[in-house]
Write a protein that binds this ligand. Structure first.
Ligand SMILES: NC(=O)c1ccc[n+]([C@@H]2O[C@H](COP(=O)([O-])OP(=O)(O)OC[C@H]3O[C@@H](n4cnc5c(N)ncnc54)[C@H](O)[C@@H]3O)[C@@H](O)[C@H]2O)c1
Length: 381
């Protein structure tokens, strides 16, 4: 694993707990993590249960006791690391967004395909049992033809103007702001549940244009590291309308300025025969409305997706004994390990990351031009 802070902790926990809950054909061995700061990476290895550490991530690629590279570093280094890992014959799990640009994402897809390694991108929210159950209902035709998706990813952790200018607010490291960070997640859910985007029109805004320089310290915490100020050059919020290839339409909003919303990742999907709603902060539940229900009894019902009938749920606890955020990573890693054994790259893989990047780029182009952009306009392939 390369990097060891917020996602480093989430992924380490995922690998450690995978064999505890699932009878997986490949059991991850936490062999080595890499980080630039020896003291920090050594402490992280001890806390998170890794057998060894390296201070140069390239050393991991030279080691023949390592089969998989997991990239949990900022976005500006995903491409370099993933391509080098593939060239070294290692399977790759990469955090989202896949890359900074469509061109980088394309090179990453080409590299994993050429090397024949297994690849996935960590859109973990697909793996909430309630989201998987929503997918099953849609595939079974229970909602009929899909008309709408409206999805929001609402956070508030950078609202304080004194919150430092960390890597997530610097374009050269992150690519974009709320857009690539959290809109990427809801548009992945939309691709998963509704289908491929065909065109988008968007807007973005940066509310706080200057902040004190600083660094992330773990989770979504940060500290200022000098008295200096710097310019914010990414979006604080991104909003866009979309059309899908199957005729559905979508409304999307991602912001880190929605006071009181800590991690409000939500969607509602409306079809000709009913609707579903999901909210990460109440992630075990799926709200389902079916137009076939008897008049007088119609209304949204709440399905607690913790039964054995619900994807992944049976691996954990008895019905009603809820699971949490960290289990989405465990479920994703189960698919990744099975993919490695079978030689297939389960979705969401780098192809999905590439398609996601196309939508991100189309919205960015639309913000520049002030007009609708077809996804095909930014797709070099
Ligand atoms: N799937 C999700 O829900 C989710 C949530 C948060 C973050 N992410 C993604 O995970 C990635 C990491 O985010 P994070 O929140 O863990 O960030 P973080 O700041 O908490 O941790 C980043 C880690 O990368 C290391 N690092 C930075 N540059 C490096 C380099 N050049 N070489 C080696 N190590 C380097 C840092 O030292 C740190 O250990 C990002 O791509 C982010 O978008 C995904």
């Amino acid at each position: 694993m390369i990097g060891y802070k917020f996602m480093g902790k989430a992924h380490s926990n995922g690998y450690r707990n995978l064999p505890y809950f699932f009878d997986t054909p490949a059991v991850p061995v936490l062999q080595a993590i890499a980080g630039r700061d020896e003291q920090g990476v050594k402490a992280a290895a001890e806390t998170m249960g890794w057998a060894s550490y390296e201070t140069d991530w390239r050393r991991l690629l030279e080691r023949d006791d390592i089969d998989v590279i997991d990239i949990v570093t900022p976005n500006n280094v995903h491409a370099e690391m993933a391509i080098a890992a593939a060239e070294a014959g290692k399977h790759v799990l990469c955090e989202k967004p896949l890359a900074m640009t469509v061109e980088q994402a394309k090179r990453m897809v080409d590299a994993v395909k050429k090397a024949g390694v297994v690849h996935m991108i960590c859109h973990n929210y697909r793996f909430a049992p309630a989201v998987q159950f929503a997918k099953k209902l849609i595939e079974e035709g229970r909602l009929g033809k899909i008309y709408h998706i409206r999805a929001q990813y609402l956070q508030d952790w950078i609202m304080d103007p004194k919150f430092p200018l960390v890597w997530r607010l610097r374009k050269e490291v992150t690519g974009s702001g709320a857009h690539g960070d959290i809109a990427a997640h809801i548009l992945d859910l939309a691709r998963f549940l509704v289908g491929e985007f065909s065109e988008v029109v968007g807007m973005m805004e940066t509310f706080i244009k200057e902040r004190p320089l600083g660094e992330m310290t773990g989770g979504l915490n940060a500290s200022a590291n000098s008295g200096k100020m710097g310019q914010v050059d990414v979006d604080d919020c991104s909003a866009f309308l979309a059309r899908f290839e199957n005729g559905a339409v979508g409304v999307f909003e991602a912001t880190r300025f929605a006071a009181g919303n800590r991690n409000g990742n939500r969607f509602e999907i409306n079809g000709e025969k009913g609707s579903i709603r999901w909210d990460l902060e109440n992630m075990n539940n799926l709200q389902v409305y079916l137009t076939d229900d008897e008049p007088g009894l119609q209304g949204f019902r709440t399905i607690n997706c913790t039964e054995e009938h619900h994807p992944y749920a049976g691996a954990y606890w008895p019905a009603g004994h809820i699971i949490g955020y960290e289990h989405t990573f465990i479920n994703l890693m189960k698919e990744f390990m099975e993919g490695i054994v079978n030689g297939t790259s389960p979705a969401p893989n780098f192809e999905d990351g590439y398609r996601n990047q196309l939508v991100l780029a189309s919205v960015e182009k639309s913000v520049e031009t002030g007009s609708w952009v077809k996804i095909s306009e930014v797709d070099p392939s």
